[in-house]
Design a protein around this ligand. Structure first.
Ligand SMILES: CC(C)(COP(=O)(O)OP(=O)(O)OC[C@H]1O[C@@H](n2cnc3c(N)ncnc32)[C@H](O)[C@@H]1OP(=O)(O)O)[C@@H](O)C(=O)NCCC(=O)NCCS
Length: 225
């Protein structure tokens, strides 16, 4: 499944690793202290939560990091242990996790979306007028995918930003600029009150798609790495 872009990101950044899999086929157990946080949840939620943590550990192992429990904060943001940062995302069927060493990354945001769920009627709720205009320039068969990429890019940015700043961003606070070459995106902040990233010049967005899914990754790297 997917992600030549993530593969190439990983190739160029050895301190980054990822794992993506169908939720129903992810095998393994999670720590009791992790289970505690979903003990009252419905099965679907338990399965996606469990899959995310198993994939985090699989990706972390690629970086030589021993298994650790990943506990959510009160706001669901994962509390990454010292030395590692990352991000989890799930759709109804697919789960993915990206992790990186904190010697290199301040924070990581990762997101997967099902294109068909990002219906046209929703676009104005998360797109600015400029983004809507950008979508309209695609052939009509590609417009829903472009909208899904914009939505997903905002979710990735939110996760990356929230981990560092604990600040709630609204969809219309930021604008996504999709750059087809290299499948990258940039984020333009429209709200001057947003706390900045530590090394804003080293933040990069990447995207890819695979049939009915889009994937986005937002990396806030440390300056000088
Ligand atoms: C957190 C959020 C971005 C994505 O959650 P989601 O819809 O369940 O989608 P995903 O499956 O892609 O991501 C869920 C994972 O993100 C992580 N996550 C949850 N809240 C988070 C936060 N505040 N910061 C960083 N990561 C977070 C968790 O690991 C979670 O998985 P888990 O609970 O199984 O550990 C979204 O639901 C949310 O809170 N949105 C409100 C803010 C927003 O959308 N603003 C506009 C964007 S600019």
């Amino acid at each position: 499944m997917m992600t030549n872009v993530l593969k190439s990101v990983w190739r160029h950044r050895p301190l980054l690793a990822w794992a993506v899999q169908q939720i129903r086929s992810v095998e393994g157990d999670i720590f009791p202290e992790e289970i505690h946080h979903v003990r009252h949840s419905v099965d679907k939620r338990m399965h996606e939560y469990r899959a995310g943590r198993i994939l985090v550990r699989r990706a972390s192992r690629q970086l030589g990091v021993a298994a650790f429990p990943l506990i959510p904060d009160w706001n669901r943001c994962p509390r990454w242990p010292e030395g590692i940062v990352g991000s989890i995302s799930h759709t109804d069927e697919t789960c993915g996790a990206v992790v990186g060493m904190s010697s290199r990354y301040h924070s990581i945001g990762f997101d997967v979306e099902e294109i068909k769920k990002v219906r046209r009627v929703l676009w104005p709720t998360f797109c600015t007028p400029v983004e809507l205009e950008h979508i309209s320039r695609y052939p009509s068969s590609d417009q829903q995918k472009a909208a899904a990429l914009i939505f997903s890019a905002k979710e990735s940015f939110f996760k990356c930003h929230f981990y560092l700043n604990r600040h709630f961003i609204r969809f219309h606070d930021i604008e996504v600029i999709l750059c087809a070459s290299g499948k990258r995106f940039r984020i333009c902040c429209l709200n001057g009150d947003l706390p900045p990233f530590p090394d804003a010049s080293t933040c990069h967005g990447y995207y890819d798609s695979d049939r009915d899914l889009v994937f986005t990754l937002y990396l806030c790297e440390k300056d000088g790495c």
